[in-house]
Design a protein around this ligand. Structure first.
Ligand code: PBG
Length: 313
């Protein structure tokens, strides 16, 4: 089994996790990890100029289509929501979702424990336009700056060990820190009501060729139907909104104890001052695709289109 992955430490840790799961199913399986450094990994500028964050995924999908690898591990969050599945490829499994929350991290030695502790005008580093909008919605006085690179590199930049980033705090995904064993850096976990997660947050998707029955059959055994259902609702919503990679869009679906789905979606202007918000749950929402479409329709009714189109690509 040749597993394609990006070459960042986070991607490699995720691939290792998948390899361990596969070995538990097939103890004598030979696994080869095939890391790729994509064009987007090397690019230090604005990703939108290069063609958006889908580039991380595209290079690996092409290897899979060519038969250079047998499967790929993708962060579902990084898979563009505005494009159809690449020709001949499927997500054969989605692993049980990890913690979806965004978290606050501060430079080594800083006493700051929350956004509220930051003085007026303080600088917060993050890449996601979705996080930026939600930070500014709470604290319009803050100076939100972009930071790129692997998670470990970002933390080094925050600590001033490399580069010239001068930030008082940084917001990133808990799931990434968890997989890297770096949760000791977390000073605050944003409840989802404070910072709605990205569509597909904390979900690992296992991709293979549709006609590769042996691989698809094996991967399907790792599928978590609950995660897959929730992710489907979120991605149908995202697809219907026709966002681009600069659109601050958030979406989070959960399953209630009685099995019913609950989907919340938000679309923000870049500075977070304007937003649309929809939350639908209950009896008639149990088909994830229908639920995603309904939340999308409600967001569009609240002029989400104008908000999205008002943001430069
Ligand atoms: N955009 C990079 C990325 N893609 C997935 C994760 C974390 C794990 C996840 O949410 O699946 C991260 C790091 C981050 O956003 O801090």
């Amino acid at each position: 089994m040749r597993i394609g992955t990006r070459s960042s430490p986070l991607a490699l840790a995720q691939t290792q996790q998948v390899a361990d799961l596969l070995r538990r199913l097939v103890p004598d399986l030979t696994i080869e990890t095939v890391p790729t450094t994509t064009e987007a990994d090397k690019w230090q500028g604005d990703l939108a100029q290069l063609g958006g964050k889908g580039l991380f995924v595209k290079a690996i999908d092409q290897q899979l289509q060519r038969g250079d690898i047998d499967m790929a591990v993708h962060c579902l969050k990084d898979v563009p929501g505005d494009q159809p599945m690449p020709q001949g490829l499927i997500f054969a499994a989605m692993l049980p979702r990890a913690d979806v929350r965004d978290v606050l991290v501060v430079p080594d030695g800083s006493p700051v424990k929350s956004l509220g502790d930051l003085p007026p005008g303080a600088t917060v580093a993050t890449t996601a336009v979705r996080r930026k909008a939600q930070i500014l919605a709470r604290r319009p006085d803050l100076n939100v700056v972009r930071v790129r690179g692997a998670v470990g590199t970002r933390l080094e930049k925050l600590d001033g060990k490399t580069g010239d980033l001068k930030a008082d705090a940084m917001v990133l995904a808990r799931a990434g820190l968890e997989r890297l064993g770096m949760t000791d850096r977390i000073v605050y976990e944003f409840p989802v009501q404070e910072m709605l997660p990205a569509v597909g947050a904390a979900v690992l998707a296992l991709e293979c060729r549709r006609d590769d029955t042996p691989v698809a059959g094996l991967l399907e055994r790792l599928n978590d139907p609950k995660t897959q259902t929730e992710a489907t609702a979120e991605r149908v919503m995202l697809h219907g909104l026709r966002g681009h990679c600069n659109s601050p869009i958030a979406g989070y679906c959960t399953t209630e104890p009685d099995g019913q789905l609950s989907l919340r979606g938000m679309v923000f202007s870049r500075d977070g001052s304007t937003f649309a918000h929809a939350h639908i749950w209950g009896e008639t929402s149990n088909d994830p695709g229908t639920l995603g479409s309904r939340v999308c329709a409600e967001l569009l009714r609240q002029d989400a289109r104008d908000i999205i189109d008002g943001i430069p690509h």
